[in-house]
Design a protein. Structure first.
Length: 284
């Protein structure tokens, strides 16, 4: 069984859905999922389609070539087609916080995440034992102001060597430069400890405590050159009260961070996110 996912966005025009579904049917595909959205303000059409092909003669590359020639060029589509046979490769970047790392590796180990993790990179050695426990290669690449360029060259070399598809910053406490972002546009996922852009800085929960907040949140987004301003993938909140200590806020916040980051990784891995104009369309 061959299964493919088609993602499309283009200027909204009549007959796009019918043209795509007829094309898939003519190629022997059985459509098992289809969802679409039209941004009326921008006049942009979005669609996500999943299709299964029983024939052993089906070749994804041939399907892509025909799709481009027959449909994509005609409707001036921006499009991607993914085969379920290929699991995306995710690199994890970490520093000293372990809660998101443990959560993602636990989900990965249980088979919940449909991906591969070829390696983990860290600018510290504190969490190497976790990588060792999960039998995932660990690379220590220290970063200082003077060595940042050299560190990123080493990171890029590993990413290219292992043919990494996307990167997850599991509380990696370094700013990613344009050099890395340009190589992985909308393919670097970060987790932020609030609803952006509130409570920035080194001690967000201390700031939230001083303000007496009643809701705390977490936001996962793609990394862009503008700090913490990339397209948002997933967000969640939790209600808190005056009875919460700073320690309670941190614990609740870290729970949110784990869940929000894991959901963002799932959405990205399952090809359910489309980005445009620094926004996202998230399909169910």
């Amino acid at each position: 069984m061959n299964k493919i996912i088609i993602l499309i966005h283009c200027k909204d025009k009549p007959n796009i859905i019918a043209s795509v579904t007829n094309f898939v049917a003519e190629k022997g595909g059985n459509i098992v999922y289809l969802d679409q959205h039209v941004d009326r303000e921008q006049d942009v059409f979005f669609m996500r389609l999943e299709s299964e092909f029983i024939s052993d003669a089906f070749l994804t590359e041939d399907f892509k070539n025909d799709f481009k020639d027959i449909l994509a060029d005609k409707f001036e589509m921006k499009w991607r087609i993914y085969s379920s046979k290929k699991k995306p490769k995710m690199a994890l970047f970490i520093s000293k916080y372990d809660h998101c790392l443990y959560d993602l590796l636990g989900r990965y180990n249980s088979g919940e995440l449909n991906l591969e993790i070829p390696f983990i990179i860290s600018n510290h050695t504190n969490l190497k034992s976790i990588a060792d426990n999960f039998k995932i290669p660990f690379y220590h690449i220290p970063v200082t102001k003077d060595t940042k360029d050299i560190a990123e060259e080493k990171q890029l070399a590993l990413l290219e060597e292992y043919k990494i598809d996307f990167i997850v910053l599991a509380r990696y406490m370094q700013i990613i430069s344009s050099k890395l972002i340009s190589k992985y546009p909308n393919k670097i996922i970060n987790i932020h400890h609030s609803f952006l852009p509130a409570f920035v800085g080194a001690k967000p929960y201390h700031s939230a405590y001083k303000r007496g907040v009643k809701i705390i949140g977490a936001t996962s987004h793609y990394v862009t050159e503008e700090l913490d301003a990339g397209p948002i993938i997933e967000q969640d909140v939790a209600h808190v009260s005056h009875t919460y200590s700073i320690k309670d806020l941190i614990a609740k916040g870290r729970d949110l961070e784990k869940i929000v980051l894991a959901n963002a990784v799932k959405l990205h891995t399952n090809r359910k996110v489309m980005t445009y104009n620094n926004k996202t369309v998230i399909f169910s």
